[in-house]
Design a protein around this ligand. Structure first.
Ligand SMILES: [Mn+2]
Length: 304
């Protein structure tokens, strides 16, 4: 146990039975339109995760003392795209069935469509919280109906998952109109910066109360964070949130889901290591997974 093993999240290769949180890689890179490299993100996040500290300021606890991560490795992402999404969904169906919080490291944002389909196949009724600079609700993009810029529309309209969207600032009219027509609460980036986590939790609570979901999925597009803090993403967009706000939301959403007796999962997508000056975006992605686990631990210990 003296050496970090960067092939497993956290630096330790724990077994499934002894674990409290499950991690899966999904290095899909198929519809990327601007800056490539998301296929390298799972290994970059694993490497960062082996060297950061696991103390949570929010939970006032050491995640290392409470959580052993089981790293399932990477889902096979073969061509064509449909086959890759099915493989990701199959892995999620199997791993979410274990009944422990699950984290998926992308890959491009399209993986989230495969993830929610896998959750539904596992018998869950998911609600989704999307933190993103973009809405990803176009009807098609660059000639594709299924892509990183359209996946959220399909999650809403085809999988039927209720969504709360926060941090957005880069979108087109078609997407805004779709969100409005489908009653998707939208908390834009300015409001999120002004009101922080207090803008998100009431919207998530309301979503949980008025929907029939029993599972919460948090999809975290790292481009929701300001490019000054997270430069290593495929589609950087100015005026993003700070790491403090991001981690507050991740912690509180995880805590809320557990307190409400829901199962939960998260994905962290769109990190592009070749554009990640100093590797800081991967470090923040790893830290977000640690705070997610901290939120789970905090809820469980307060429920005791
Ligand atoms: Mn996105």
């Amino acid at each position: 146990m003296s050496y970090a093993r960067t092939t497993c999240f956290s630096g330790y290769c724990w077994g499934l039975d002894e674990s409290q949180v499950i991690v899966l890689g999904a290095p899909l890179e198929e519809t990327t339109s601007y800056r490539p490299g998301t296929r390298f993100a799972p290994r970059a996040i694993r490497e960062a995760s082996a060297y950061i500290e696991y103390w949570s300021l929010r939970g006032k606890l050491d995640v290392d003392e409470h959580v052993r991560f089981y790293d399932a490795g990477d889902a096979l992402v073969e061509q064509p795209l449909e086959k890759a999404l099915e493989a990701i969904g199959d892995a999620v169906e199997r791993l979410s069935g274990v009944g422990k919080p699950l984290v998926v490291m992308g890959g491009e944002h399209t993986i989230t469509l495969g993830i929610v389909e896998g959750l539904v196949r596992a018998g869950y009724k998911p609600c989704m919280v999307q933190l993103d600079a973009h809405m990803d609700m176009r009807s098609e993009y660059a000639g594709r109906r299924v892509s990183h810029a359209t996946f959220a529309r399909l999650v809403v309209s085809e999988v039927g998952v209720p969504v709360v969207l926060a941090g957005v600032r880069g979108f087109v009219r078609e997407e805004l109109e779709f969100a409005r027509a489908n009653h998707v609460p939208v908390i834009d980036a300015h409001r999120l910066q002004d009101e922080s986590v207090a803008a998100v939790i009431p919207a998530v609570s309301k979503l949980i109360e008025k929907s029939v979901c029993n599972h919460l999925h948090l999809t975290l597009d790292m481009d929701v964070v300001d490019p000054g803090f997270a430069p290593g993403v495929s589609n950087p967009e100015p005026e993003g949130i700070t790491p403090r706000i991001l981690l507050d939301i991740v912690f509180e959403v995880a805590r809320l889901a557990v307190l409400r007796g829901m199962s939960l999962s998260m994905d962290v997508v769109e990190v592009s290591p070749p554009y990640d000056a100093g590797g800081v975006t991967s470090v923040l992605a790893a830290k977000a997974i640690v705070e997610f686990a901290a939120g789970v631990v905090a809820a469980r210990s307060s429920a005791r």
